[in-house]
Design a protein around this ligand. Sequence first.
Ligand code: 2HG
Ligand code: ZN
Length: 450
Amino acid sequence: MAPYLVDWRSRYRGTALGVVEPSTADEVAVAVRIASAHGVKVVPQGGNTGLVGGGVPLTKHEGSQQIVVSLRRLNRIRDLDLLDNVIVVEAGVILQNAQAAARTAGRLLPISLAAEGSAQIGGIVSTNAGGTNVLRFGSTRELVLGLEVILADGSIWNGLQRLRKNNAGYDLKQLFIGSEGTLGIVTAAAIKLFPLPHSCVTTFIAVPSPAAAVRLLRYLQSELGDSLTAFELIERVCLDLVFGVVEEARDPFEQSYPWYVLAEVSATVKEVVLDDIVERSLASAFEIGIAMDAVLAQSEKQRVELWRLRDEITEAERRHGPSAKHDISIPVSRISDFLARAPATVRTHVPHARPIAFGHVGDGNIHFNVLAPAEDADCINRAVYDLVTTLGGSISAEHGIGQSKIELLAHYKDRTSLSLMQRVRRALDPSTTFNPGKLVHVPPVRGSDL
Ligand code: 2HG
Ligand code: ZN
């Protein structure tokens, strides 16, 4: 059972009675019914790539026993319809396999993230995963048309519709998306497909500062419109970490710059010569001082190499040692203010801490991670989240709450939101069978709550 009990960063090691591996939604429902009849808690698990300990059982759960329900054997693509522009996939399908199936059919499944080689659709839906294409296509929440979910009483909710418009009552699927397996177990999802781009330009751009990066983002959007599909900010220190672990990784430039942007532009209109348009836009950006240098990938191989510099940061950081991760979002207009203040704020508390910043700047989502020993994490977290709160931001942009942020959510979220979350959880899962100790604590019901 060992791999199922520990999270990807080896920060949480749980205990369980066993790991159940159903291969159909009906079997998941039976597992839930049996567990709940015996007061056993159920921890759903996908590819186990999460960063907040949401998919592994607790170390000890108040005397209750837990089982892990792995969704990995629910790995069928149930349907791909080119007229509806939809793919219906089971929870255990690995994102990369779903993308490939869509591509083979001439369509784009736009969810894309560094862990796509192991992350599974059920986990992606349950965490409302973000990634690098949110700028253009929105997060998972905006791409899901329907869901099939196992409820706490072991019944199956068939909400696997594929309608673009449906105002017949509450939008129930949205409750389960991003609920981190606390309200139900997602067993299948219907997801929107888009036309495949005819051409694509990937460019690595050196910029003088985060403020310049934000201005470059808006400038490129005004020049290129919706064809700008990704815009990632990377601090120099991230590249140095990657060079330390990926032997074949090369610096795209001859000199080093303080900040970089990895941008991707895709054309869905045929016969558009994107390279020229992008080069012209970048030339103007150089003139107005919001970009300093740029390389354009000349082949698919080079495109993959540039993306590797971005996608390997998390692994390089993990290999470097412990870090306090802050997956925060703030209004885009305040990113440069945040990045100017956060490192100094952290260092006043922990002088030897080494902040590294990267992320999805177009979505206001920065991964502000601080390399420091684990015992400094609490103090660093408070300093960063206080600043984020002052700037009108969120303590979790895309990774969720899991077990690592459950106390932080209770501290930073307003009382009314917390109480609504608790009431929703209690209504859908009165015995807290699903994923206890994750996302939000549910206190026992008092007379005044009834
Ligand atoms: C990414 O953007 C992921 O690559 C992981 O969200 C971020 O390692 C992180 O903090
Ligand atoms: Zn991210």
